[in-house]
Write a protein that binds this ligand. Structure first.
Ligand SMILES: Nc1ncnc2c1ncn2[C@@H]1O[C@H](COP(=O)(O)OP(=O)(O)OP(=O)(O)O)[C@@H](O)[C@H]1O
Ligand SMILES: [Mg+2]
Length: 217
C-alpha cells in the first residue's frame, strides 16, 4: 500500500532529512514512527502526502509513484488520505465548522450529511459549543482536536498523523488514541509520528528513525 525505495531527502547540500529509507507498509498496518527531534518523521509523512518531493528514490502510494503525479492527481489521491499536521494548519479565519467540513464538501457529500457528521465529530471531542467560532480563537489543544477531526471525518484509507496528541492532556490524548485504535480496527492504514512510544495502544509495528535513517522496521 505504501512503499519507499531508497528514499533520500536533503534540503541543503550534505544535510539529509532522510537517507536511503526503504520501507513497505501493508494495507491496514498501523505504524508508530518514533525518533528524536530532527529524526525525519515529519519529512517522511510529507513525502507520503506529496507535499515535498524526494531528492532521490521512489515513493509509491496506492500503486502510484507520488513524485511523478500531477498536482491534480495528488489532490485526487488525498481524498483517500487524512493528515494531522504537527502545526495543525487550520484556516484560522474560518469557523470550526468550516475547517471540519471542508473535505466533505470537496467530496460532494450532501449538506444534510455534512451537518450531521460535523456535529457528531465535534461532539465526540467536546468542541460542539465552539462550532461557529473562528478556528484561530481556539486553544492549542482544541486546535489539535480539530486537526484530528479534519483528518478523519471522511473515513480515509490512510491516516498520517504528526505528533497528534502532543498538545493534549493525558485524558484527551487517550480519547484520541482510542479513536485511532478504532480506525485501525476498521482497517485504516496509519502512520503516527511521535517522540515517545505511547503505552496506550498495542501498535502493530514500530519504525524507529534517527538522523534520517531507519533503525528498526
Ligand atoms: N523545509 C526545510 N528546510 C530545511 N531543512 C529542513 C526543512 N524541513 C526539515 N528540515 C531538516 O530536516 C531534518 C528532519 O526534520 P523533520 O522535521 O522531518 O524532523 P522530525 O523528526 O519531524 O522532528 P520533530 O520531532 O522536532 O518534529 C531536520 O534536521 C530539519 O532541520
Ligand atoms: Mg516533526
Amino acid at each position: 500500500m505504501i512503499n519507499l525505495e531508497e528514499v533520500t531527502k536533503s534540503y541543503h547540500d550534505n544535510i539529509y532529512a532522510l537517507r536511503e529509507v526503504s520501507l513497505s507498509i501493508g494495507r491496514g498496518e498501523c505504524c508508530f514512527v518514533l525518533g528524536p527531534p530532527g529524526a525525519g518523521k515529519t519529512t517522511l509523512l510529507k513525502l507520503l502526502y506529496g507535499i515535498e518531493p524526494p531528492t532521490g528514490g521512489k515513493v509509491t502510494l496506492l500503486g502510484r509513484d507520488v513524485s511523478r503525479l500531477k498536482p491534480s492527481n495528488i489532490q485526487a489521491l488525498r481524498r483517500h488520505m487524512g493528515f494531522v499536521f504537527q502545526d495543525y494548519r487550520l484556516i484560522d479565519s474560518w469557523t470550526v465548522y468550516d475547517n471540519a467540513a471542508v473535505i466533505l464538501e470537496i467530496l460532494g457529500k450532501s449538506p444534510g450529511y455534512i451537518r450531521g457528521r460535523v456535529w457528531q465529530m465535534l461532539k465526540w471531542v467536546g468542541l460542539q459549543h465552539r462550532i461557529y467560532e473562528r478556528a484561530g480563537d481556539l486553544s492549542g489543544g482544541e486546535k489539535q482536536l480539530l486537526a484530528v477531526i479534519r483528518a478523519t471525518i471522511h473515513d480515509p484509507d490512510i491516516l498520517l498523523a504528526d505528533e497528534p496528541v502532543g498538545s493534549l492532556d493525558e485524558t484527551t490524548a487517550m480519547h484520541v488514541m482510542n479513536m485511532f485504535y478504532k480506525l485501525h480496527k476498521k482497517g485504516v492504514t496509519m502512520l503516527i509520528a511521535s517522540h515517545r512510544e505511547d503505552p496506550l495502544i498495542d501498535f502493530t509495528r514500530v519504525i524507529t528513525l534517527d538522523k534520517g535513517m531507519v533503525l528498526s522496521r
